[in-house]
Design a protein around this ligand. Structure first.
Ligand code: DQA
Length: 153
């Protein structure tokens, strides 16, 4: 791992509308607010923060994270429930992957109870609103640091 860890924080469809989209579920913070939360929680680590409404673009960024990042935080949004292609991309990673949700999908509609992304995630943070991102960033960086401290075999 490089001296300054690089953390990718990737956000899926409709998260560009945070703050105005179903605020009773997702909160009043905007995506820019969430980015600021991530940067603060990263404590000096480099944060690459992106959002896309396109599945293929998210997959390209996951592939990029494979070689460029020390850890990945991913809120796949709706694609978590549908995308085998995103799962396949995640399976090619060896870095820690933290799946992150503002809401708690398991406590909502039945179709949200299943996440393909969870099959490739090291861990999951959900249900704490924008604070989920803070916890996810802390967990991802901790995992990355633990990995880099481990003696090579
Ligand atoms: C979400 C939960 C998903 O079920 C939903 O499709 C989203 C946002 C969340 O952050 O709570 O778009 O990932």
């Amino acid at each position: 791992m490089p001296e300054t860890p690089v953390l990718y924080v990737l956000n899926g469809p409709n998260l560009n509308l945070l703050g105005v989209r179903e605020p009773h579920i997702y909160g009043r913070e905007t995506l820019a607010d969430v980015q600021a939360i991530c940067e603060r929680a990263a404590e000096g680590a480099t944060v690459v923060f992106r959002q896309s409404n396109r599945e293929g673009e998210l997959i390209d960024w996951v592939q990029e994270a494979r070689t460029e990042a020390s850890a990945l935080v991913l809120n796949p949004a709706g694609y978590g429930h549908t995308s085998i292609a995103l799962l396949d991309a995640l399976k090619a990673l060896t870095i820690p992957v933290v799946e992150c949700h503002l809401s708690n999908p398991a406590a909502r509609e039945d179709f949200r109870a299943h996440s393909y992304v969870s099959l490739a995630a090291t861990g999951i943070v959900s249900g704490f609103g924008a604070h989920s991102y803070e916890l996810a960033v802390q967990a991802a960086l901790r995992l990355a640091r633990e990995r880099s401290a481990r003696p090579a075999r």
